[in-house]
Design a protein around this ligand. Sequence first.
Ligand code: GLU
Length: 423
Amino acid sequence: MEVPMPNQEKKSHKESLHDPFTNAVKQLEKVGEILNLESEIVETLSSPDNLIKVDVPVEMDDGSVKTFKGFRSQHNDARGPYKGGIRFSPQVNESEVKALSMWMTWKCAVADIPFGGGKGGVEVNTKELSKEEIERLSRSYIRQIHKHIGPDQDVPAPDMYTTPEIMAWMVEEYSDLVGKESPAVITGKPIEAGGSQGRTEATGQGGVYVLNRLSEKRNLDPENTSVAVQGSGNVGYYFATLAAQEGYKVVALSDSKSAIYNKDGLNVKKALDYKNEKGSYEGFNGGKQINNNELIELDVNVLVPAAVENVITEDNADKVKAEYVIEMANGPVTPEADEILRRKKTLVVPDVLANSGGVTVSYFEWVQNKEGKEWSKEEVLGKLKDKIVPAFDKVWDTMESYDTDMRMGAYILAVSKVVDAMK
Ligand code: GLU
């Protein structure tokens, strides 16, 4: 038997600082103190109700079978069925899905939609798979977890590297397994497969409604408000596009390997089209080539991390010059960085509010599926605005009345609602 070396057993200080679940629990404990919650409640909320771990076998194109690790974490369903995305990424692990499922519980409470929190994922690099292999992976994952999900039990959706098409395969597989058409089991489907108008741009659109409301609160004038967006996936793409349409000066954009900056404002459409065509911003001549670390430290009014967790940490938080950070990714600012930003009076709009547009429109999709309705895009986006602006105001008011920051304001609001429902 191999005896682990002590330093292999324990996570390094840095690793545990950036462990998403440790961070999520730390945030919860802080709210527990502020709200004077019983320790049993904090303890119950500190771990998911269920953690499902599965092997996901996939037949590869060459006939071999590869097995991937799959997860579904169901954090809390006191307010309604578990709800949250499924990500396909090499970084997926137990800690990550557990943290993300807890954040979904808070997000659904802040967004005021009748769901709890869940999140799933498969540890896989889809860039190395063919389309057919991704389809077989998606179907296999559903075969493994289908007993644990359902329209009134747990409702998955897209997340990093999963698409509406993938959701359609998953719903089809689920419906075959249970022997009846079940569109409401998964949201974020293509329109033809029962998806909702407006779901694709919902997260980015919700973020721009949040930015507009922040601008009203702080008297920001869009033309003179510079915005740097990190990430060009679904969320970054629509946030940047819609913010530019609203007249904000989007000065920087990035993807995982490249970044561009133009202090006078980028032509966002041109830049995004270029990236879609060439696969990166390298060689784009409408701005200066920078890197992702430089993007975080740009002298801008609003910084929008819209990619992955832990991009603003104790190592670079001091160098952030933006006055506002809008968290469009989940968990981009670590608790240590949060402290530093608070001391610097940088206002952080937390993920559970800023990116809640996605799950809010998922809720609208679920309602339409259940009621056999089809709402227009205007109707959907109008309803989104009617949900997210009051959510922003409630978080803002809670922040002011508790004399805290926006993240704690959001958590105080969310945890109180969940605890009430549990009782
Ligand atoms: N994956 C998205 C999120 O993190 C959307 C979840 C959903 O629509 O259920 O909020």
